[in-house]
Design a protein around this ligand. Structure first.
Ligand SMILES: [Mg+2]
Length: 176
């Protein structure tokens, strides 16, 4: 199969990184407060503006932790499938070089010719797209696999990946 995989909140813990930025602005949130909502929907507008300014500088994306199990899962998937990493990097144009460096650091086995910096993901042609936002499945020709996140906890979607350790089994179930 050809599988396209999102970066932020799927391979990279951008949620954890943003929570640290909000904490630096004096705002902390419980998981319960964030279930079903984006950070920027819960945080005060002035804090959102400060965090967005930081995100647009780009360096934020160089210092994110990988999601648990992501490196092992991606390496295994690359053995059996044609894997592309597809990130809507145009949301933060200054992030591009940092995202490339981040991939090289945490996923050194990954072929960078298969790293796709895009805007609208409907351009992607793959069998499966793993993403934490269902809006990226709009117009996508393959099957969307929703990666579990607090913000999408209440989203009803037929295919959900709850942890990278389950990737192999979940993808097999989707094929049957
Ligand atoms: Mg994402």
């Amino acid at each position: 199969m050809r599988i396209a995989i999102d970066m932020d909140e799927v391979l990279a813990d951008a949620h954890g990184g943003q929570r640290r930025l909000y904490a630096a602005e004096g705002h902390t949130f419980t998981d319960d407060a964030l279930r079903g909502q984006e950070l920027k929907e819960v945080a005060p507008p002035e804090a959102v503006t400060a965090v967005e300014r930081h995100l647009h500088q780009g360096t934020f994306f160089a210092n994110l932790d990988p999601m648990p199990g992501a490196a092992d899962a991606l390496e295994r998937l690359c053995e059996d499938h044609e894997i592309f990493v597809a990130t809507a990097a145009m949301d933060y144009p200054a992030s591009c070089a940092h995202k490339v460096a981040w991939m090289m650091r945490h996923f050194p086995f990954f072929d960078l010719s298969r790293l796709v910096m895009c805007g609208d993901k409907s351009i992607l042609k793959a069998d499966v797209l793993i993403d934490d936002h269902t809006r990226h499945f709009d117009g996508f020709g393959g099957k969307g696999l929703l990666f579990d996140a607090l913000h999408n906890a209440n989203v009803d979607w037929p295919h959900r990946l709850t942890h990278w350790d389950h990737a192999h089994d979940t993808l097999r179930e989707m094929q049957s």
